[in-house]
Design a protein around this ligand. Structure first.
Ligand code: 13P
Length: 258
């Protein structure tokens, strides 16, 4: 592969999930903005809930920290009660959008097909998708992990060009590691990350596979990030619980470099 791990800028993203009022989100974003070194050690992204996006965008304006939404719909506008389009997210100040998080797949019926539509729509609106994939505990125990990952990539990225895939970030989040305190070992994560990069190389070429950033997510904390990011195919983290407090998230951002 042409790109080395060192050529990929690490990315640390905080997924706040369904937490924080507008006032709380504003305060947390301010604390992260004020505590981050300039230039930041890694690329840093915050993903507040929809209701706080515009307020957090104001806080982050002029800072190097980027803004992400946690989901999007694929249509631009129309009679889709309760949905938010990628264009609306751009309007609210987002640069990134998380797509296909396992909680969306598990509780809201998202499939590889809806993930695929959302990726295409987000890209055409100019957003950078953070595409989540990962196996359940049952799948891991049945030794179906790599098959599951392969299926999520083949169907989720179906029809995309190499140029489109190059603009993605991907996150490997084993479902059994999310919010459980049971982090994948660096070896377990690296094995899947290397497999993902190989699949990307087979489908989209060495240039794309070598430059695309692969994040790990699932119980990442300041105590385990160094060993995870020490692996050659782990380029950062998608963090839930530990992103909800400024001190632990700032610690992750500081440690999240190669
Ligand atoms: P935790 O860091 O709380 O395990 O959540 C991970 C996650 O789902 C990030 O998207």
């Amino acid at each position: 592969m042409m790109n080395t791990p060192e050529s990929r800028v690490p990315l640390i993203a905080g997924n706040w999930k369904m937490h924080k009022t507008i006032a709380e989100a504003t305060a947390l974003a301010q604390a992260v903005r004020d505590g981050i070194s300039n230039p930041p050690p890694a690329e840093v992204v915050l993903a507040p809930p929809f209701t706080a996006l515009a307020a957090v965008a104001q806080v982050l304006s002029g800072s190097p920290i980027q803004l992400a939404a946690q989901n999007t719909f694929w249509e631009r506008h129309g009679a889709y009660t309760g949905e938010i389009s990628p264009q609306m997210l751009v309007d609210a100040g987002c640069q990134y959008v998380i797509i296909g998080h396992s909680e969306r797949r598990q509780y809201f019926g998202e499939t590889n097909d809806t993930v695929n539509r959302k990726i295409t729509a987000a890209l055409s609106a100019g957003l950078k998708p953070i595409v989540c994939i990962g196996e359940t505990l049952k799948e891991r125990e049945a030794r179906e992990t790599l098959g599951r990952i392969s299926n999520q990539i083949q169907e989720g990225l179906a029809g995309l060009t190499a140029g489109q895939v190059e603009r993605l970030v991907m996150a490997y989040e084993p479902v059994w590691a999310i919010g459980t305190g049971r982090t994948a070992t660096p070896q377990q994560a690296q094995e899947v990350h290397a497999f993902i990069r190989q699949l990307l190389q087979d489908h989209f070429g060495a240039q794309v596979a070598g430059s695309l950033r692969l994040l790990y997510g699932g119980s990442v904390t300041p105590d385990n990030i160094r060993e995870l990011i020490g692996e050659p195919d782990i380029d950062g983290a998608l963090v839930g619980g530990a992103s909800l407090k400024a001190d632990s998230f700032l610690c992750l951002a500081a440690l999240g470099q190669r």
